[in-house]
Each structure stands twice: as C-alpha cells, then as structure tokens.
Design a protein around this ligand. Structure first.
Ligand code: CP
Length: 320
C-alpha cells in the first residue's frame, strides 16, 4: 500500500476486517516487520487520538515513531507555490517534504481544510504534495477532505458491536446525523464515514438540515433523509458529527439544537449504539444522557484507532 486516503486503498473490506481482528488479538505479533523502520507523523493541526494511536500502532509494530508539530516544533512552512516568501514562513513545503522523506520510511500527515477555497481543499493540495515529493508511502491523518484512519476504526467498531448484538436483521442500519456546533468544521470525517459505509455491508442513511448535503462523490448511493426522527427509526448505529456546508463552502447555516442527539431521538431506534469520532461538545452534538448511557461506544471506537492505524502501517511495511 503506497497511500491511504480512500476506502479503495484498503482493498477488500472483509479481508481488512479479518486482519484488524488478528492485529487486535495479537498486537505485538509483527514486531520484526517494523525493526529499523521509522514513521514520521506530521501535524499542521491539533490532535489527541490520531497522534497517540498512530504512535502506539507504530510502536506495536516495532517501528520508531517521530511526531512533528509544524510551527511549534519546526519552522512555519509555506504551502503556496510561486509566492514571494517575505512573510512569517521561512521554509517551503517543496524542500521540507523531501527532507522529511529522507529521514523515514512512512509519512502520516494531518492537514485540515482551510476553507479559503473549495478547489484548494478538495484538490487535497497539501497531502498530494507529500505524495508527490516525499518518495514515501503517505497516510492521511485527516486531511482536507478525508479521515480514513477514523472511518476504518468506525467500521471495525460497527463490525464488533453488530456481532455482539446478534440481531435477526441481515445487515445493520447505520445513520450518519449532522448535529450542531458553534464553529465551522471540516467535512473530512463525514465524507470518509459515508465513503466507507457505502462500501460496507450496511443500510446507510445520512440525515442533515437543508444546505448541509455532502459532496456527491461521498454521498454515493446513501439514502438522504431530511427528517432526523424518520432517519433514526429502527437504526442500529447512530453516528453523530457536525460539519459545515459544502455548497455554501465552509459556512455555518444552522446551530439548531433540535438536532442534538438526545434520548428523544434514540427512543425510536432499535436500541442503537451511539458513536462519535471525538472530541465531542456535550449537549451541543449529544446530550449527556446519551453519551453517558450504556449504548455509547465512543471509547471503544477511539481505542480501535490503534487497530486501524496498525493495519495500515503493517500493509505499508509489507509493501516497502
Ligand atoms: N478523532 C480524531 O481524529 O481525534 P483527534 O482530532 O484528537 O486526533
């Protein structure tokens, strides 16, 4: 595997889930694979889970893991081509990327959407420079439009809890619901969740207020339902997330707290599990009564971030 951005990069999902189960059961079984290999994880933005789970996954595989916080630990990096560098950024990505590539075997990059231009963000302009100029396999650790390590961990979690539920249904009903937030957040998490659920063996529904439709390439064949209560009926998994508008790019069109996931909506589900990628704003995205309930699986979901990262790193090591 040379890059990890999309569900297509992981190949067959059943095989990926089987590998995830193996990795989870025996996390230190492949320590020889990572011996004398180095991963560098580069963060242009803050993180708790992605930073720690990526490092932990690399260590489980016997790798060296280095984290670089751009701007705090390094020079500020210029990302635009053709600019006169007379501002506060003393180094250009064009030099920094091949230098970083010369120090490691695998690179992970976190670089959020900037909301200055939809074309710049949806072109994955920063991540693609790492792919082009580093000469090393590159993982999106949440880039402008996708968060594949999160979506893979989400799928692993749904697979685990669906087996526990032992339902008579053939496949689970999974609902992605928009929920309110005070700030403009990227679409990367819902984009990837939608992409992965469309590829998985689930009945997938997206619910959001008018104006919050995701990009068509990520909505795919999902059922779109504007009535949140109707969408929740009979659901097995509720995945809550805020995102800003794709159409009115990066804009907050609503902060309607009727969309906050509470016991009222959960009551019409099929005793659904509640999921969120974290960090989560309590009583904006989800009411305390839901996130503190036994149906909340946000912590095991976050724990599975180590598993998804480890499968991806393992496959990249195998293809070096
Ligand atoms: N879910 C997630 O990516 O968390 P962090 O932003 O803390 O890494």
């Amino acid at each position: 595997m040379k890059q990890f951005l999309h569900v297509s990069d992981i190949g067959d999902l059943k095989a990926a889930l089987a590998e995830a189960r193996q990795v989870k059961a025996a996390p230190f079984a492949n320590q020889e694979l990572g011996k004398n290999k180095t991963a560098i994880f580069i963060f242009f933005n803050s993180s708790l889970r992605t930073r720690l789970s990526s490092q932990k996954a690399a260590l489980n595989l016997g790798m060296n893991a280095i984290v670089l916080n751009v701007g705090a630990d390094s020079w500020k990096l210029e990302t635009e081509m053709g600019v006169i560098m007379d501002g506060d950024k003393p180094e250009h990505l064009r030099e920094a990327i091949p230098v970083i590539g010369s120090y490691c075997d695998i690179i992970g990059v976190r670089s959020f959407a900037r909301f200055e231009s939809r074309e710049f963000d949806y072109g994955e302009t920063i991540l693609k420079q790492f792919i082009e100029y580093s000469g090393k396999p590159v993982i999106s650790l949440e880039s402008a439009t996708v968060h594949p390590c999160q979506a893979f961990a989400d799928l692993i979690t749904i697979d685990e809890y669906w087996q526990k539920k032992a339902s008579s249904k053939k496949r689970p009903k999974v609902v992605l619901t928009w929920a309110p937030h005070p700030n403009a957040l990227p679409q990367a998490v819902p984009n990837s969740f939608a992409e992965w659920m469309n590829a998985a063996d689930v009945d997938f529904v997206i619910t959001q207020p008018e104006g919050y439709e995701l990009a068509p390439e990520f909505v795919g064949n999902a059922q779109v339902e504007y009535d949140q209560m109707k969408a929740f009926e009979g659901a097995d998994f509720i995945y809550a997330k805020n995102w800003s508008s794709y159409k009115a790019y990066g804009k907050v069109l609503s902060k309607d707290r009727n969309w906050t996931v509470s016991a009222r909506q959960m009551a019409v589900t099929d005793n659904a599990y509640f999921m969120h990628c974290l960090p989560v704003r309590r009583n904006m995205i989800v009411a305390d009564e839901v996130i503190d309930s036994p149906q909340s699986i946000v912590i095991p979901e976050a724990a599975n971030r180590v598993v998804s990262a480890q499968v991806v790193l393992k496959r990249m090591l195998e293809s070096l």
